[in-house]
Ligand binder design. Sequence first.
Ligand SMILES: [Zn+2]
Length: 467
Amino acid sequence: MTTATDQAFEEFLAAHADERLESYKELVRIPSISALPEHVPDCRRAAEWIAADLERIGIEHVEVAETGGHPVVYGDWLHAAGAPTVLVYCHYDVQPVDPLELWTSPPFEPVVVGGRILGRGVADDKGQLHLHLRATEALLATRGRLPVNLRFVFEGDEESNSVNLEAWLRANRDRLAADFAVISDTGFFEGNIPAITIALRGMMYAQIDVTGTAVDLHSGGYGGAVDNPANALARIIAGLKDEDGRILVPGFYDDVVELTADERRMIGELPFDEDDYLARLGLPALHGEAGYSTLERRGTRPTLDVNGLWSGFQGEGSKTIIPANAHAKVSCRLVSNQDPDRIFGAFRDHVLAIAPPGVRVDVRLLGGGRPSHTPIHHPATQAAARALEATFGRAPVYIREGGSIPVCATFEEALDLPVVLLGFDPPDNGAHAPNEWMDLTNYETGIRTIARMWDEVAEVGIAGLAG
Ligand SMILES: [Zn+2]
């Protein structure tokens, strides 16, 4: 990047600062909640908004592509002959907004307060999608070209388990050829330190249904004679984990790749204040698997958690029944190389093995995704690290995120692409919760990081990326 083009790029961004913020707000105002049927037209409106923006800035082959669910927005720019091709992924759908009363301003009326923009999706993931658009726009406007070839894939089902994306990716495999993928849907480390996420956990999501009689029974007339589905479910759940946080499903840990001494040292060196973390959570103590630090447990160990539990009488006052049934939703966050289908099989077998004989127990798989891992030393990861350091003024830390982005493993497996997780969300940004916010400095600097990243990638070249 020469000084002259740097300057033109900065001048362009300065001249369009107000317009940029307005456009960011416009995208956030579209309530594209993928999980709620009443927002189906809003998801399509968000997709069409993005498609129009891509066309306006000079991206070609723009398409609002049908998937069977919410559409994928595709577009490309492929005129950097001999340069690498990068597939850029973000998602335009957002999480539901309840509990609404906890928001300090309406979720779809974004406001700027003290260097932060507030609203549903400002961080996860519309802010990141928008900063990619603005980096591309500024490069094309000031240079007339991009340093690399880009393919954009913007999804509308991410917050609903990406149920339709894999089939679309596989069907379009030929036209999605690239040297690697960049997913911008992650964030910085505690203290707003630039970070590259090198691993994501996968997921196995199941439901346990315990059934007794056809209808609720009188607890006086039948209590003592029959098992109670709610009590039975509680005994099953108690048999899933021991007091040290160790999961009791036989074979559960068989495929877990243990951390090397080097990896444990790197995690131990991350600037993490456990007392402060605990204070912010407002809990009396942290809890997790014995033998591992909090950061290790959060990013590198598998989990098993009850996500929902219901049975019997839930109203005011009392009602003396033996409930007819009881239910639990249970999910496991998985790490390399655990396979969601295999984990479900082991989980189901264990639940059925410990199920009491007086009730019927059914275990169903609701969804899953594989864990993923990108090596720190991959040339694309290192290009991202240089771009972050050049624009944010400090080298990034490498983190393992506890969350899951199902599409990440799909890119690796369906398209055979290495993935770089380069995201700009500040930590504790309220994603999926009330008062989601984005640091506008992260957003603005992120535009420069992306532009710098493409220059770095062009310099590495196709042969360099292949290692
Ligand atoms: Zn997201």
